[in-house]
Design a protein around this ligand. Structure first.
Ligand code: PLP
Ligand code: ZN
Length: 398
């Protein structure tokens, strides 16, 4: 397979060596790299498996399969709900039922395979929780030692996944943004393989596959809009890249507008986008109930802004109350139980419907990125129930 790496800011091209993560001239934040393939040489037919793993896209995935679970990553369902939120049909791509119950598996499996391929013995990441639990579980059956740095406020479900998987977990009494910086310093010092999607360019190559699958599972018909929750900005960048590549390869005739949705209490990527070009990263203090996307120093902000702009999309915000309401409404109306970050794009669609910005005939896809069982505390007010004595129940029903 032939590909090279290209800086998102200055366009400098690099050979894909094992230690090349970001651009020498532009640094970690501006100098994230894109994996660029020789698209003219890649000839693909519309014959992908709707439920196949991400490894079916072998011409577009810069890693080969080394683990027992590779072929169960990807191929998550695309559900189509008639009449939901007033649409003739509303699509939901549900990655909450992925291997570790989040979208992050698509990236982790690339990192794990790359680390094995390149002969590393240790892999590490910093995470709000899902990237960590995904890495811990996907690496569990391999030879890799896994070191995970997380904020100590990580929801219990995600912490349990880390601990049972046997990862070395370092919960830190600080924000995700500080945990990220410290982990990078330690990882670089120690020479461990890096599973940070905004640093390691290959991880986005896993994250783009959700977009391929949306197109495949919708019979190559392109939605008008695709809504995605945004924290660091790597998931949305990946999804944009996936749509753009299938277009570039002639498999579809257009690209959906990709809309990034953030909490009003953690909207740094939106602020950078709205400030206009040249996109200039900022750091903000954030605190959203959607812990996975509560990011004040987003690491993939340049890519996210450039990619979303290239689809004709933009960023919107919703209130935390709307996010929690969406977790419950989506579960009630579709059976999909999402964690708050995964329900954020649903809240965004709802808001645009109420504002008359979407029509019932629009073709809309929501990407639900995480499972509600990881963070049941977020809906605690709905899960506190009255208990009954046996006699009370008899009196009620018999
Ligand atoms: C469930 C969920 N949704 C969305 C995101 C957003 O991804 P990103 O930080 O790449 O923008 C995350 C990231 O942790 C997540 O865990
Ligand atoms: Zn550069």
């Amino acid at each position: 397979m032939s590909y090279f790496l290209r800086c998102i800011s200055c366009g400098e091209e690099y050979e894909p060596t094992e230690t090349r993560y970001t651009c020498d001239h532009c640094g970690d934040l501006y100098g994230t790299l894109e994996v660029i393939y020789d698209y003219k040489k890649i000839k693909l037919e519309k014959n992908f498996e709707p439920k196949g793993s991400i490894f079916q896209f072998k011409e577009l995935i810069p890693a080969t399969s080394h683990t027992a679970i590779d072929h169960s990553i990807g191929g998550t369902p695309l559900y189509k709900f008639k009449g939901l939120l007033g649409f003739e049909e509303l699509m939901i791509k549900f990655d909450g039922i992925s291997f570790s119950s989040s979208y992050k598996d698509r990236a982790s499996i690339i990192a794990v395979n790359k680390a094995i391929e390149l002969g590393f013995d240790t892999i590490y990441c910093a995470s709000t929780g899902n990237a960590a639990s995904s890495l811990a579980l996907t690496a569990a059956g391999t030879s890799l030692r896994t070191v995970i740095f997380v904020p100590s406020t990580i929801p219990k479900g995600k912490l349990a996944q880390l601990l049972v998987a046997g990862a070395e977990v370092i919960p830190i009494n600080s924000t995700y943004d500080e945990v990220f910086d410290l982990s990078l310093k330690i990882g670089r010092e120690k020479g461990w393989y890096c599973r940070h999607s905004a640093i390691n360019p290959y991880l986005l190559e896993g994250k783009k596959t959700g977009a391929y699958e949306i197109l495949i599972q919708n019979d190559y018909k392109v939605p008008d809009y695709c809504f995605v929750g945004v924290g660091d900005g790597t998931v949305i960048s990946g999804i944009c890249k996936g749509f753009k590549e299938f277009y570039e390869l002639g498999l579809v005739d257009r690209i959906p507008k990709v809309i990034g949705v953030q909490s009003e209490k953690a909207a740094t990527v939106k602020h950078v986008f709205d400030n206009g070009k040249p996109y200039t990263p900022i750091i903000e203090t954030v605190n959203s109930v959607a812990d996975s996307i509560s990011v004040g120093n987003p690491r993939d902000v340049i890519k996210a802004c450039k990619y979303v702009e290239s689809t004709g999309g933009y960023f919107i915000t919703v209130r935390d109350e709307e996010i929690i309401h969406s977790v419950k409404e989506m579960a009630r109306l579709t059976g999909i139980f999402s964690e708050p970050a995964g329900a954020t794009p649903y809240a965004g669609v709802n808001k645009m419907v109420e504002a008359g910005q979407l029509k019932e005939t629009d073709s809309v896809c929501i990407v639900v990125t995480g499972n509600g069982l990881k963070d049941t505390d977020a809906v605690r007010s709905s899960t506190e129930v009255k208990t009954y004595d046996i006699d009370e129940v008899k009196a009620l029903f018999l």
